[in-house]
Design a binder for this molecule. Structure first.
Ligand SMILES: *[C@@H]1O[C@H](CO)[C@@H](O)[C@H](O)[C@H]1NC(C)=O
Ligand SMILES: *[C@@H]1O[C@H](CO)[C@@H](O)[C@H](O)[C@H]1NC(C)=O
Ligand SMILES: *[C@@H]1O[C@H](CO)[C@@H](O)[C@H](O)[C@H]1NC(C)=O
Length: 346
């Protein structure tokens, strides 16, 4: 994937109107409700947000996005926050929404091994997880419908859809083939040269958390290291609870709770419009459309990632409970909690 330098793309925060700001004084938490409608100066001094201007990220074109979403590996350097970009785990959207909280210049992000977080000075580390089944389907569709930059690379290699080198079968065949007849080594990156010119679907999250460098070809993925990372990260979020994750990030990284984080106040909650960066890539099937034998193949390909996801869900619930108890605000409403539990079962 293309690694490029940010080119100063600006974000629009005009939607944010009001924040709960929480100051910690010893063990006493004082809750302030600060009305910040149009009071940009107050907002910035209070939260130290940089002064973002238009154009909003949502309007950016693909090459602007590329430079926004990924910091170049050759430019790995000290920043406050290390955010790993696991492909198809809402990477670009999170860069955007997290930047609204902390400023893009506080974040270093890339499609790299987690180990990079030890190679420069980072105060905090952020990890997003996604339900493994959905993650696999999304990876597949990314291969089928690559973004403009990736499409360009594919066309040069003659492996884009419609070209003689295009070999990607349907989703069910793709997972079956990887399940039944997989190479011994795991592919880390450079997948355009590899099987079906598509990513290796075996435990993609754990693979990226455990690799030593991006050209690594390990023969085993053990669950222990991703579990350690899961517990050592400063904060973790879930794609399935994207909105709630942003609230947890605000709390953990900046010690405040945006007003759109009270899930019992529908109007306030809906005032938050999460970025949903699809790179113009959409699809209509869901992983649950596939039959039991396909599900079994997916399970086999993601057994480590599933354990990591389950543990991530447990950590997420626990931290949500702490947040809610401390601030006496409900962020993860019961229906959403139940849905997360339901969908993580299979
Ligand atoms: C994207 O937008 C930038 C800034 O407006 C422009 O310079 C660039 O040519 C655009 N790129 C594409 C591929 O449209
Ligand atoms: C499940 O779906 C796959 C692909 O769509 C198909 O090849 C297979 O025969 C189906 N298996 C069963 C048991 O229906
Ligand atoms: C969770 O699953 C149960 C049992 O299948 C179902 O009755 C319930 O509606 C589901 N809840 C949500 C929020 O999806």
């Amino acid at each position: 994937m293309c690694l490029a330098e940010p080119r100063g793309l600006k974000l629009d925060t005009s939607r944010s109107k009001c924040y709960f700001h929480v100051c910690c004084m010893g063990h006493i938490f004082i809750l302030f409700v600060v009305s910040l409608a149009n009071a940009a100066a107050d907002r910035y001094s209070l939260l130290q947000l940089p002064s973002f201007k238009r154009p909003g990220v949502a309007d950016a074109n693909a090459s602007q996005w590329a430079s926004w979403c990924w910091d170049g590996l050759e430019r790995l350097h000290d920043r406050e926050i290390f955010l790993i970009h696991i492909p198809k785990v809402a990477g670009c959207s999170i860069v955007g929404d997290l930047s609204k909280l902390v400023g893009r210049d506080k974040i270093w992000t890339g499609q790299v091994c987690w180990d990079r977080s030890t190679q420069a000075k980072f105060e905090k580390t952020v990890l997003m997880l996604r339900r493994p089944n959905d993650h696999l389907l999304s990876i597949y569709h990314q291969c089928l419908q690559p973004g403009p930059l990736e499409l360009h690379h594919r066309q040069k290699l003659g492996v884009a859809q419609g070209q003689p080198g295009f070999t990607l079968p349907d989703f069910a065949t793709w997972v079956k083939s990887w399940k039944q007849d997989a190479p011994k080594q795991f592919y880390t990156q450079a997948y355009l040269q590899e099987r079906y010119h598509c990513s290796d679907p075996r435990n993609p999250t754990s693979r990226q958390l455990t690799c030593a460098d991006e050209t690594d070809h390990p023969v085993n993925i053990h669950v222990q290291k991703p579990m350690e990372i899961l517990h050592s990260a400063s904060v973790i979020g879930l794609v399935e609870a994207y909105h709630e994750s942003i609230c947890l990030f605000a709390w953990k990284l900046r010690n405040f709770l945006p007003s759109h984080c009270n899930c019992e106040d529908v109007a306030a909650w809906e005032a938050f419009v999460p970025l949903h960066i699809t790179h113009k890539h959409t699809y209509s099937d869901t992983v649950d459309d596939y039959n039991a034998s396909v599900q079994k193949d997916i399970e086999g390909l993601t057994h480590v990632d599933r354990k990591v996801y389950q543990a991530g869900l447990a950590r997420f619930f626990q931290e949500m409970d702490e947040l809610e108890k401390t601030l006496r605000v409900k962020v993860l409403c019961d229906q959403q909690r139940q849905k997360l539990l339901n969908t993580s079962q299979y």
